[in-house]
Design a protein around this ligand. Structure first.
Ligand code: MEV
Length: 448
């Protein structure tokens, strides 16, 4: 292997030449690296071409397991959720929560808003805000007109620009102002649409101010959507009588409900816990966001900003006991789409939408919020009863055995052995050494 050196014009190379360069510069075993990279190519060339063209410099594909969790009763309708995720216990936890709530009335949801937002960030050194305000009010229509072409299709679908406002932000940065634009992007996430509108509005705005006050031109800093969408938000909820909780761990219903609500209170008040708590919520949310071809980075960023909206990072879920009723809910911003992006291109994404019955964007928001709530319910339920490791390690056992390169026979025997025992890495290694008939030392030196 040569010492890696910089390369210019890499993106212009053919896929084969890119791989050749990688093998020569970055692979200790070029032949097996080549087999691995090409082994993950899709057998249908047209599907592989799609993947190649999603991003720059595609050399192979990266697989994630695609699992499903059936029996989600959401607003009276049954769904099977598609989940793309590598973490062993997430799909099992989702399915368990679905079954639990199926028998207790299911999940109910509410769309709180569908408004998305973007900004033209600009600097204006004219100092008189009144002048800027008048210019904006008198010429606002020109800003709408500047997007006429871009918004035509969206308007035909019932969406478009909802409002434009001028905001003085000079308390944050000298001479800093914004045009804040609100959008309805219907069933698309709308990032490209929003950014195109903003860039046209920015150009027109600079033109307007230039015409009125040539000595103080507007300097456009940037025009970009905000992934923080508190007005594009959804709530999902479950509730049941405390006497119906009957969740099977052996602690009483009342104790379970109280312990659960306390665990949520801790996650609300204590950022260290809140981060892990919300991470568990995102286990469910990201998995369905990825499976449905949506942008998990945008979803994550928005959710965490919302979790910190009151000045301290807090839980995205809430729980309360009202008399003899237990109620548990999530409220979070979600800006996602069911058209556009890769939703009609990626074959697995297309299938995920079919599995869900081709939901609208707002329907998918409901389903995604439920995935997060369900995941959190399972996690907190385990945490306050058996502890998380029992279920988690059981699901992780096959990963450990695969790491040890156990045969199918050995796996079967070891899985059977752990049926009534708690799994740990060391216990798995120990029983593996016995089953295989080798010393523990031989295993750890082979594995490290
Ligand atoms: C693990 O991926 C997620 C949990 O840690 C979430 C939680 O603690 O609530 C189990």
């Amino acid at each position: 292997m040569r010492k890696p050196a910089p390369i210019s014009g890499f993106s212009k190379l053919s896929k084969e030449a890119k791989i050749e360069w990688i093998l020569q510069n970055h692979a200790s075993e070029p032949e097996s690296a080549l087999n691995m990279l090409t082994g993950y190519w899709h057998s249908q060339t047209e599907v592989q071409r799609l993947h190649d063209e999603f991003i720059e410099n595609t050399v192979s594909n990266f697989y994630l397991p695609f699992g499903v969790a059936p029996n989600f009763l959401i607003d009276g309708k049954i769904f099977t959720l598609p989940l793309a995720i590598e973490e062993s216990s997430v799909v099992a936890a989702a399915a368990k929560a679905a079954n639990f709530w199926l028998e207790r009335g299911g999940f109910n949801t509410e769309i709180i808003g569908m408004t998305k937002i973007g900004h033209v960030h600009f600097i204006w050194q004219g100092k008189e805000f009144d002048f800027l305000q008048n210019a904006f009010v008198n010429h606002k229509q020109r800003l709408f007109d500047a997007t006429e072409e871009i918004t035509r299709n969206m308007r035909q679908r019932g969406g478009g620009i909802l409002d434009i406002s001028l905001i003085d932000k000079s308390d944050l940065e000298e001479d800093y102002f914004q045009l804040q634009v609100k959008f309805d992007t219907r069933d698309s996430m709308g990032a490209n649409f929003i950014n195109s509108c903003l860039e046209s509005i920015a150009k027109e705005w600079a033109q307007i101010v230039g015409e009125l006050r040539a000595e103080h031109p507007v300097q456009i800093v940037m025009s970009i959507l905000s992934n923080y969408t508190p007005e594009c938000r959804v709530k999902a909820e479950v509730s049941c009588k405390i006497s119906d909780i009957n969740e099977g761990s052996g602690i009483g219903n009342q104790e379970f409900a109280e312990k659960f609500v306390r665990a949520i209170r801790i996650a609300k008040a204590e950022p260290y816990r809140a981060v892990t708590h919300n991470k568990g919520i995102m286990n469910g949310i990201d998995a369905i966001i990825i499976a449905t071809g949506n942008d998990f980075r945008a979803t994550e960023a928005s959710a965490h900003a919302y979790a910190a909206k009151d000045g301290s990072y807090s839980s995205l879920t809430h729980a309360e006991i009202n008399g003899d009723e237990f109620k548990f809910w999530i409220d979070l911003p979600l800006s996602i789409g069911t058209v556009g992006g890769i939703t009609s291109l990626h074959p697995m994404v297309k299938f995920a939408h079919e599995l869900l019955g081709y939901p609208s964007a707002s329907d998918l928001m409901r389903i995604v919020a439920v995935a997060g709530l369900a995941q959190n319910f399972s996690a907190v339920r385990s945490l306050i009863t058996s502890g998380i490791q029992k279920g988690h390690m059981k699901m992780h056992l096959l990963n450990i055995l695969n790491q040890l390169e156990a045969t199918d026979e050995e796996k079967k025997e070891i899985v059977e052995y752990f049926k009534d025992k708690v799994v740990s890495f060391s216990a798995a290694v120990e029983i593996f050494s016995k089953v295989r008939g080798v010393s523990l030392g031989a295993i750890s030196s082979a594995k490290h």
